[in-house]
Design a protein around this ligand. Structure first.
Ligand code: NAG
Length: 350
């Protein structure tokens, strides 16, 4: 169903009515959000705990009312450009009418103390963002993000999500909080998810839950052992699984390979800051600055200064036929368009 532009805009800005609906569940909820290449290390985070200032401006006010100094920053300008681009892309590419329900807001983490909302995307440094948000919301119980074990950062209940609030509370927060998201080149993220979930021997839960099914459906003449363990899924089989229409008919994608578009609803929720994994450090710093905690808290990074290794996906796609490359690109197309990632050079889609 098509909506007129005005209607879409109205929906997008207003977000007035939240309907309760579709309950979807994921049996594997522990997000391992990191790029596997960005493990925890180096640079302990915090100097002191963060005291919310008395009459400081909210992050949202800081961003939009802006002091001169901030506006001059190149980082600030590119964040602005990304926001505009996202808005334009949403206007030209969103067709379906969508209405959000509280269920759709499970990935949005709320920090009431600093007026922040963060939508977490697995494989895009989300463990570290969760750690940082635990520090920010902990009333001093935690001071160093890296002192928080990764599994604890993923315990449901350690952080509040927007879906836990009432509709008026949700709307109030969406209006007045700084909403941010971090994204990554879609195929780099996908390959990172594949490598982490299917090529590491310890991820037996994923092997059992997804690997066995993928092998059963997409491998001709599988060995009994492979069928039982599901621990040697090839990237090609994984791609076949993703583009198989049955897969999404049966259940939503696991969050590690679900599209950002579906996890975070960037055309309905107006993110104020779109950070990128490729420029994680400056972008994270910009968010912490807006939140007024730049001086007290440092975003944990892997110490690697360049994240533009960006060629992992090319190696994996070499062995994927043009037919499947095209299908896969169509599947992730919105994430490319909305976040200004260009079509990878290595793709052979025609
Ligand atoms: C979008 O990507 C192009 C090409 O990489 C780049 O030149 C441009 O600055 C980007 N636009 C924004 C708003 O980030």
């Amino acid at each position: 169903m098509r909506m007129p532009r005005g209607g879409r805009l109205f929906l997008a800005t207003c977000l007035g009515s939240l309907f309760v609906l579709v309950l979807y569940f994921q049996s594997i909820t522990n997000a391992d959000c990191q790029g596997e290449d960005s493990g925890r290390k180096k640079e302990p985070g915090v100097k002191t705990d963060s005291r919310p200032g008395k009459s400081r401006r909210s992050p949202l006010q800081t961003l939009y009312k802006g002091d001169q100094q901030l506006e001059l920053l190149a980082a600030q300008r590119s964040l602005h450009g990304r926001r505009e681009l996202l808005e334009q892309a949403c206007l030209s590419h969103t067709r379906k009418r969508q209405v959000l329900s509280p269920e759709d807001l499970k990935h949005l983490i709320v920090d009431d103390k600093h007026s922040l909302i963060y939508c977490y995307v697995p494989k895009v440094a989300c463990t570290n963002w969760k750690r940082v948000l635990m520090v920010l919301t902990s009333d001093g119980r935690y001071t160093d993000p890296l002192a928080i074990p990764a599994n604890e950062a993923h315990v449901a209940g350690n952080l509040r999500t927007l879906s836990e609030f009432s509709v008026p509370e949700i709307n109030q927060r969406l209006r007045s909080y700084l909403k941010f998201i971090f994204v990554r080149e879609p195929f780099e993220r996908l390959v990172s998810a594949y490598r982490n979930k299917f090529t590491r021997s310890y991820n037996t839960a994923f092997h059992k839950r997804y690997g066995t099914k993928i092998i059963r459906r997409h491998r001709p003449d599988p060995e009994p052992e492979a069928l039982e363990k599901g621990n040697d899924v090839s990237f090609h089989e994984f791609v076949q699984y993703l583009v198989d229409p049955r897969t999404q008919r049966e259940e939503p994608f696991n969050e590690h390979w679900e599209r950002v578009h579906s996890l975070c609803h960037p055309c309905l929720i107006h993110y104020d800051v779109v950070g990128k994994y490729e420029t994680l450090e400056p972008d994270a710093q910009a968010v912490l600055r807006l939140a007024g905690v730049e001086g007290t808290l440092q975003f944990p990074t892997s110490g690697k200064s360049t994240r533009t290794d960006g060629n992992m996906a090319a190696r994996f796609f070499k062995h994927i036929s043009p037919f499947y490359q095209k299908k896969l690109f169509n599947l992730y197309r919105m994430d490319f368009l909305l976040f200004n990632y260009s079509t990878p050079e290595y793709l052979r889609t025609r």
